[in-house]
Design a protein around this ligand. Structure first.
Ligand code: URA
Length: 234
């Protein structure tokens, strides 16, 4: 990895703000490969340098991957002048620069949203070519039936919009599970609209091979495990 200023590296890892790190350097609390760091401008390769603060090793993480159980009423955007966003909900210890939600859930949609600073992974996860399936649980304004299942399987057409064939699993009454690998605007709602019903509640349960951790209350989040990170693109 390219060389970077030590104050920049450590602030990206949430050690402290850049001005606090400057003070820590002055106080002689930061070491790189066993040598005391003297100036914030000193440059290191964060992937190979052993960095310590007060003798504690900093485990450098190039990117972070956070699973959030998005509550209704919150925007999946990085920032917004008026409404709260999923980034606003992150606890201080997980906040870092450049985090963004990978893909959008509507304001009233709940469930699994991935927040990361890894643009490449986000791109792969969202591209229909990668065939990363997302599973949604929908509640509709009428009971669902086998005709709906067939329509989804045949590929829904709504005006100019053509959706790929999708699996709808009936969960009883007005509830169903839908699996899609595209991410067209309001896709699930539009697919149900095309078969004559409106979605009254929508929750994303799974991305690729990773299920929403149901122990997360709405608005809560946690980092993905290493296993989950690789299961995302399954
Ligand atoms: N499909 C929708 O209609 N809305 C979402 O938030 C996600 C998928």
């Amino acid at each position: 990895m390219a060389l970077q200023r030590i104050d920049k590296i450590l602030s990206s890892q949430n050690v402290a703000s850049r001005s606090e790190i400057k003070n820590m350097i002055k106080a002689g609390r930061i070491f790189a490969d066993g040598k005391q760091v003297k100036r914030p401008e000193e440059k290191y390769d964060p992937e190979i340098t052993v960095m310590t603060v007060d003798g504690n090793k900093i485990e450098f993480q190039k990117y972070v991957y956070i699973m959030m159980n998005k509550p209704s009423g919150v925007l999946s955007a990085s920032s917004d002048k008026h409404a709260r966003t999923v980034i606003d909900l992150l606890p201080q210890e997980l906040k870092r620069k450049d985090l963004f939600p990978a893909g959008r859930l509507d304001k009233d949609t709940t469930g699994f949203i991935l927040i990361t600073d890894d643009g490449e992974l986000a791109h792969k996860m969202l591209s229909p070519k990668s065939h990363v399936y997302k599973l949604y649980e929908a509640e509709c304004d009428r009971d669902l039936n086998e005709d709906d299942v067939k329509a989804f399987k045949n590929g829904i057409v709504l005006g100019e919009l053509h959706f790929l064939p999708a699996e709808l699993t009936l969960k009883g009454g007005n509830r169903g599970l839908v699996e899609i690998c595209e991410g067209k605007f309001h896709q699930v709602k539009k697919m149900f609209h095309a078969v004559g019903t409106e979605v009254t509640a929508l929750k994303r349960l799974r991305i690729g091979g990773v299920w929403l951790d149901e122990s997360l209350a709405p608005g809560e989040c946690r980092e993905l495990t290493i296993q989950e990170r690789s299961d995302l693109l399954k």
